[in-house]
Design a protein around this ligand. Structure first.
Ligand SMILES: C[S@@+](CC[C@H](N)C(=O)[O-])C[C@H]1O[C@@H](n2cnc3c(N)ncnc32)[C@H](O)[C@@H]1O
Length: 302
């Protein structure tokens, strides 16, 4: 949803923008063109490989000051504050990108049989195997159901727990086999692979993707310049629910909710990129008269 993101953010020459999930730098490259000359881009990605790709791609944007952080965007409000900056535009394009899915070493997809790691930053935290081999059946069931709306979460979590009694899960195939053993062939959806939802849930769990997302949104809203815009692209209902509720609270506190109904991709974008079918774009704008900072009731805007 490149066009929609740029239209809503509408960056201007000299602006300060934050790309909290820079990925391969597609959105950031376009934003750099629009904030040049003398704009500033703060680019974040948890994945060091993605950040390196983005740096390469943005190397030619010399008239823009570019600052890179191999960090979670949950630190972005703090980094803005440390530089006494307020952002005119902030973008969070949540989730993972196709380069990560297609990388056979990363285990984001079940297409390759590799160690089940799934971390955005393989140097931090623990791999997915640690969670699937340690969590209780109830915890796994709740996570797979709540994070991915998987209605077979009960049988899948039981299969995982049964299987690890004889041997811990180690690879992507081990997890796929648990899913296939849990969902009878006649009940499988034709549109997506039966393991799609379970992989999504375990990835979200491994990277604590929803943990503190609402606090991060409030903190980022607090670092918007007057008239500045925060845009979030989410890919599943759990994420979108958090964004929607946070934006509703911000709207109750003087911000303008630009998307009471989220923007969604058109049919041509979905046919070009089937992953985009569940994308929702939400945006909030700080009014010109709001002053800096956000009301204390919305949490700390560091
Ligand atoms: C959908 S992609 C972004 C694509 C990007 N907009 C582009 O144009 O190439 C999401 C990126 O966000 C990163 N990411 C996911 N969660 C993150 C977080 N909490 N903090 C920072 N980066 C994150 C992923 O590593 C991935 O590279």
């Amino acid at each position: 949803m490149m066009k929609e993101v740029l239209e809503v953010l509408s960056p201007k020459p000299g602006d300060v923008v934050v790309d909290g999930t820079v990925g391969l730098g597609g959105h950031a490259a376009r934003m750099c063109d629009m904030i040049a000359p003398e704009g500033t881009l703060l680019a974040f990605d948890r994945d060091p490989e993605m950040l390196a790709e983005a740096e390469l791609r943005l190397a030619s944007k010399q008239t823009v000051k570019r600052i890179y952080f191999n960090q979670d965007f949950r630190t972005a409000a703090h980094e803005l504050a440390a530089r006494s900056l307020y952002a005119n535009g902030i973008l969070l394009d949540l989730g993972y990108n196709s380069a990560q899915v297609d990388d056979p070493t990363r285990a984001f997809s079940f297409k390759h049989d590799v160690p089940l790691d799934m971390r955005f930053n393989p140097a931090l935290g623990e791999p997915a195997t640690a969670k699937v081999n340690r969590m209780s059946q109830v915890q796994l069931e709740t996570a797979i159901f709540e994070l991915a709306d998987e209605k077979w979460a009960g049988p899948i979590s039981r299969q995982i727990v049964e299987r690890r009694k004889t041997q811990p899960l180690r690879t992507t195939n081990d997890l796929v086999e648990c899913v296939l053993a849990a969902i009878p062939p006649r009940a499988r959806e034709k549109r997506i692979h039966p393991a799609t939802r379970t992989f999504m849930a375990i990835r979200i769990l491994t990277n604590d993707e929803l943990e503190g997302l609402d606090d991060a949104l409030f903190a980022l809203a607090g670092r918007l310049a007057d008239g500045g815009t925060l845009v979030v692209l989410s890919f599943h209902s759990g994420e979108d629910r958090i964004v929607k509720q946070a934006f509703r609270q911000l709207a109750d506190n003087g911000f303008t909710d630009l998307t009471r109904k989220p923007l969604v991709p058109g049919s041509s974008e979905i046919s070009r990129n089937s992953r985009s079918r569940s994308t929702k774009l939400r945006a909030i704008r700080k009014p010109v008269s709001a002053g800096n900072g956000i009301p204390a009731c919305l949490g700390s805007a560091s």
